[in-house]
Design a protein around this ligand. Structure first.
Ligand code: NAD
Length: 273
């Protein structure tokens, strides 16, 4: 908490990016939060307000997360950068007692393991959330439930053409949740002849995932479940980046009350942690 003010001190890493800008704008509008640092690789030393048109006019963009952490001692650092930086950023935060809230997707299971160990070692809580949209969290919850009843499942995820990683973190997490919920995985329908390589998608946690990348899309997913004579489709669409902000703010408010590494929003949404 900010000394004396009772506000949560928040830094944003990747502040000049598409998500980062919106997080900055949203944090500044919260009565219980104080924006204390903006970090990015672009516009370093310039006010973010000049580079991206958001933020506190006098606050310059920091080039390195360590400088910002040492100088401003944030309680929480929201990270929307690139997969290659997100783990190191999270570890730097945890090392200095700040809780990372990582929205960057593409972290591996080994990265998550390393972050989790650092959380335990330093007794600092952290969150990694592949999808902050509340509707997407509900979609995963419903898919998990439906997978107990309908044996065959495939995921179609659709994103804008600038998305760096495939499949999406949400699709992978959905597949893992489905895999856990149904225990023994149902056999994936067999294809006798592949006329195009990869046409049946990639398999994660026993679930085929198909990734679509197109201009005009933002973030969309359909979980299709089939049983004898019936198909259930559960669809979620993020129409603009505002769909993620309620979840980001919730994570910023709750992360310091958690223990260790929490993956996904479920525990704060459903279990009242
Ligand atoms: P973007 O390219 O617009 O922004 C990324 C920003 O990070 C850029 O400004 C870049 O300069 C900066 N950056 C790169 N390395 C950095 C570092 N080491 N330190 C500080 N800044 C650094 O990308 P975007 O659309 O904002 O997406 C960012 C990430 O968020 C992606 O991984 C994307 O998949 C993910 N995302 C997650 C959610 C979610 O709900 N979890 C929603 C949307 C996007």
């Amino acid at each position: 908490m900010a000394e004396g003010s009772g506000k949560i001190r928040v830094a944003v890493s990747g502040a000049a990016g598409r998500m980062g800008r919106m997080v900055v704008e949203t944090v500044v509008a919260q009565a219980d939060m104080m924006l204390v640092a903006t970090i990015d690789r672009v516009g370093t030393g310039e006010p973010l307000a000049d580079v991206a048109g958001v933020g506190v006019p006098t606050m310059k963009i920091d080039s390195g997360i360590e400088n910002a952490l040492d100088r401003e001692r944030p309680d929480v650092v929201v990270d929307f950068t690139v997969p290659a930086s997100a783990k190191a950023n999270a570890l730097a935060c945890i090392e200095r007692g700040a809780s990372p809230v990582v929205g960057t997707t593409g972290l591996s299971a080994m990265d998550l393991e390393e972050i989790s160990r650092a959380c335990e070692r330093q007794s600092v809580p952290a969150m990694v959330v592949p999808n902050f949209a509340v509707g997407a969290v509900l979609m995963m919850r419903f898919a998990e439930e439906a997978a107990k009843w309908l044996p065959q499942v495939e995921i179609i995820e659709m994103h804008h053409d600038k998305k760096a990683d495939s499949p999406s973190g949400t699709a992978m997490l959905t597949a893992e949740k489905i895999g856990n919920a149904r225990g023994e995985s149902a056999a994936i329908p067999r294809t006798e002849t592949f006329k195009v390589q990869g046409v049946r998608g990639g398999i994660h946690a026993g679930v085929p995932i198909h990734s679509v990348r197109l201009q005009g899309l933002l973030a969309h997913q359909i979980v299709m479940l089939g049983g004898p004579g019936e198909v259930l489709s559960i669809r979620h669409d993020s129409m603009d980046r505002g769909s993620f902000m309620a979840g980001v703010m919730l994570a910023v408010r709750r992360v310091r009350h958690l223990k260790g590494l929490t993956i996904g929003l479920d525990s704060v949404l459903f279990e009242g942690a």
